[in-house]
Structures are given as C-alpha cells and as structure tokens.
Design a protein around this ligand. Structure first.
Ligand SMILES: Nc1ncnc2c1ncn2[C@@H]1O[C@H](COP(=O)(O)OP(=O)(O)OP(=O)(O)O)[C@@H](O)[C@H]1O
Ligand SMILES: [Mg+2]
Length: 258
C-alpha cells in the first residue's frame, strides 16, 4: 500500500536579505491513510515550512510531495491547515468564520447551520455565536480557528502547533476532541500531520512521531507509539508513556546541543 502523504527528498532554501537560509534538507516522510503523524523538532528546524509545502502554500526548492496520489502544487479545500497563529477573519462573527468553508463548498444552508452549531458547542463557545473576534480572548479565537478547520470535514488536516496558545485544561479537552474527530469514520479516513513542541501531546495523539534534526531540518527518526486508540488522558501517567517521552526528549536535547 502506498502512503497517503508522500514527502520525497524535499529541500527548501530561502533567500534572506544577507544570506541564503537552508531550512529543509532531503526530507523523506510517508504518512499512511488514516494515520495521525506528529512532527517534533528544535525551534527553527523547518516544521512550519514543511507543513506549508504539504499544504501547497510554499513550493519546495527540490523534491516532491504527493497527497492521495496527486502532486501538490496549490492549496486544496480537502487539505485544511491550522496555522501556528490564529487565522480568523476579524470582520466575520464566530458563526460566519466557522461556516466560511461550508459556504465556499456550497453546503445547503440548513446543513451549514447544523454543523456550525455543533462545532460551536464542541469548542465551548455557546453564547458567542454572533460575537466578533475582537470580543474574544486569544484562546477563544484559536478555538474558532479549530472549528473552522473541522467544519468541512477534510481528508487531510495539517496542524501547526494548534493548541500552543491554550490553557492546560482547554488544551486537554481539545486533544480529546481531536482524537475523537481523527478516528476513522465508517466511510472515510482522516490523515493528520500535527506539529507540536509538547512531547506529551505528541505521544498522546500520534500513531507515529517524526523527530526532526536542527536546521537544516531533516527527519532524524520516526517512532511508533504503541498505545491503542482512542486513548484516555490517564495513559500519560503510565511508565511506558513517560519512558517514550524521556527518549524523545533526549533525542531533542542532543540536537539542540549539536
Ligand atoms: N518566508 C521566509 N523567508 C525567509 N526565511 C524563512 C521564511 N520562512 C521560514 N524561514 C526560515 O526557515 C527556517 C525554518 O523556519 P520554520 O518557521 O519552518 O521553523 P519551525 O520549525 O516551524 O520553528 P518554530 O518551532 O519556532 O515554529 C528558519 O530559520 C526561518 O528563519
Ligand atoms: Mg513553526
């Protein structure tokens, strides 16, 4: 079986003002259909750049990316990105932001309303349906952004530190929701590429964790996470979980030091 996301020999250099920056070097990674892959690595190693390349927002300097067997050249509504910052439209209400993609795909109005209302409840924003982003806190805006990404039920979710700005309790709730949302539905599989600095988050969510080297970023190792899914938050306390966390942490400390 071939992988759903195939990243082959991807390189990326940026022309800086004074010098060229080599962000990614020979990145090879395969994500299977329905798989949840987390990507961790030192700050500045090219994680966001790699996500943008898979999204079709940035073109690689070399190598190729295929999603679902087709080469990636541009963004696609079936490949939704959640950015490291929040990406809400300030001139739209919470409901309009969440429903934006559904409007683009011409989903019937009644269905749009049902999906939007369900997601507003899911992300805990009942009562803020008609509020504008300027009336919301940073964490609330992030939750609007997540609901926006889930709304169109995309086959591929590309998430760049989506929960980084959330408080611990909201973050746990969002992790559990994502776990539920990412489990394959009867008729389709959802493939997720998820960047995080939080190793507990990576091990809790992922089927596999790809560890990157320092810049120029490449894949150092891909580790299997041996827990069955869906998972309960209590597994974070198990010895096996903590041992994995220690192992990945050591790999990253070595990279930072090199
Ligand atoms: N548009 C750009 N122009 C020039 N350099 C860039 C651009 N985007 C990224 N870079 C450089 O590429 C490297 C990788 O950046 P990237 O944002 O992908 O890292 P990251 O792993 O996501 O970091 P972080 O963990 O801090 O979010 C950095 O050295 C950055 O300065
Ligand atoms: Mg980044």
């Amino acid at each position: 079986m071939s992988a759903y996301i195939q990243i082959q020999d991807v390189r990326k250099s940026f022309e800086g003002t004074a010098r060229q920056i080599e962000a990614l070097r020979d990145v090879n990674l395969e994500v299977q259909a329905g798989e949840f892959m987390c990507l961790v690595g030192p700050s500045g190693c090219g994680k966001s750049t790699l996500v943008f390349i898979v999204a079709g927002l940035v073109s690689p300097s070399g190598g190729a990316v295929q999603v679902g067997g087709a080469p990636v050249h541009e963004p696609d509504p079936d490949r939704t990105v959640v950015f490291q910052g929040d990406a809400v439209f300030p001139w739209m209400t919470v409901a309009q932001n969440i429903g934006y993609g559904l409007q683009q795909t011409k989903t019937p109005k009644k269905e749009q309303d049902e999906i939007v209302n369900h997601l507003i409840d899911l992300v805990g924003l009942s009562g803020f349906r008609d509020a504008y982003p300027k009336e919301l806190s940073g964490g609330m805006k992030k939750r609007v952004d997540l609901a926006r990404a889930y709304a169109t039920n995309p086959t591929v979710l590309l998430m760049d530190e989506p929960f980084g700005a959330l408080d611990a309790i909201t973050k746990e709730k969002m992790q559990e929701d994502l776990m539920r949302l990412s489990v394959a539905e009867a008729d389709r599989q959802r493939t997720v590429l998820f960047v995080t600095h939080d190793l507990e988050e990576a091990i809790f969510l992922a089927d596999r964790v790809a560890v990157m080297t320092a810049r120029p970023g490449t894949i150092q190792v891909v580790l299997d996470i041996p827990f069955s899914r869906p998972r309960e938050a209590s597994i974070k306390l198990s010895n096996e979980f903590q041992a994995l966390r220690g192992h990945i942490r050591e790999l990253l400390v070595e990279e930072e030091a090199s």
